[in-house]
Design a binder for this molecule. Structure first.
Ligand SMILES: [Zn+2]
Ligand SMILES: [Zn+2]
Length: 271
């Protein structure tokens, strides 16, 4: 019995050996055809850098805003360590300089502006303000522009009628928005303040979307600058300036930002 089993196993092995030899011969005679199909070109993965935290990531995974990239929504919506807000349009103004040494902003000044005054019908009127802060205002476009085109002014932020947020100067630097001014005996308010322009005039209410964008911006600023107080331009330059004017709703501002009324030393009444 055992003999038979051995015989069978031997025959099996012999069969496999022969089969293997044949396959090797076949392979030698029929070399595999070279694959002439061109390989599908794979696009090199474009890497971008998060503007906020500098981490590198593939572009399709990044959040993009105003030609900048962010690794997360959180970083897109934050104020970065250089004093720039991620979800603002950056339109750098040359009208700025450095703050005095060791001065951290502790005041926000609210303004209004429209160019020409009272004209804020469309996006092009917002663009006039951008041009003005970038020293690019065309004096031939309007008689009023001819009067102001040479002024060198700026603010940190502009909130347009349609709720766009535009930033001109880093919060770490001094924007030229307040002029001759005094905040409780502290002069030259530009040194220690952040200027925010609301597109509008003294004769009409501001848009609800402008208050929302403003409240959002204040939340970001307050998390970096915890000692901020808030005033209107007319509060720090009385007799010389009237903005943001009687239509700026300080109660609504306080309610939407949730800041303590003590941080509004000029009160909540319209003025
Ligand atoms: Zn990031
Ligand atoms: Zn002003």
């Amino acid at each position: 019995m055992f003999k038979w089993l051995l015989l069978f196993a031997g025959a099996g092995l012999f069969y496999l050996w022969i089969k293997g030899k044949k396959q090797a011969q076949f392979n030698a005679e029929n070399p595999p055809k070279p694959n002439n199909k061109p390989e599908r070109p794979t696009a090199p993965e474009v890497m971008v850098q998060c503007q906020y935290c500098k981490v590198h990531l593939p572009q399709p995974e990044a959040f993009t805003f105003d030609n900048r990239f962010y690794c997360s929504k959180e970083h897109l919506h934050a104020l970065d360590s250089n004093g720039w807000v991620g979800d603002a349009q950056w339109r750098i103004s040359p009208n700025q300089d450095t703050r005095p040494e060791n001065v951290i902003p502790d005041l926000v000044v609210i303004h209004h502006i429209s160019l020409p005054p009272g004209d804020f019908k469309n996006q092009s009127s917002s663009q006039h303000i951008v041009d003005f802060f970038q020293n690019k205002l065309d004096p031939n476009k309007h008689p009023y522009f001819a009067q102001i085109a040479d002024q060198k002014v700026s603010s940190h932020f502009l909130i347009t009628r349609s709720g766009d947020l535009i930033q001109f100067v880093s919060t770490q630097n001094k924007a030229w928005h307040a002029g001759i001014s005094s905040f409780f005996d502290r002069e030259k308010c530009n040194d220690f303040s952040i200027g925010i322009e609301m597109e509008g005039d003294g004769d009409s209410p501001f848009e609800a979307s402008q208050y929302q964008v403003l409240a959002n911006l204040i939340t970001k600023l307050a998390s970096t600058y915890p000692h901020l107080q808030f005033a209107g331009h007319s509060d720090i330059a009385p007799g010389r300036k009237t903005d943001p004017g009687i239509y700026f709703d300080w109660k609504k501002f306080q309610k939407e930002t949730g800041i303590s009324p003590e941080k509004l030393p000029f009160g909540l009444s319209s003025r």
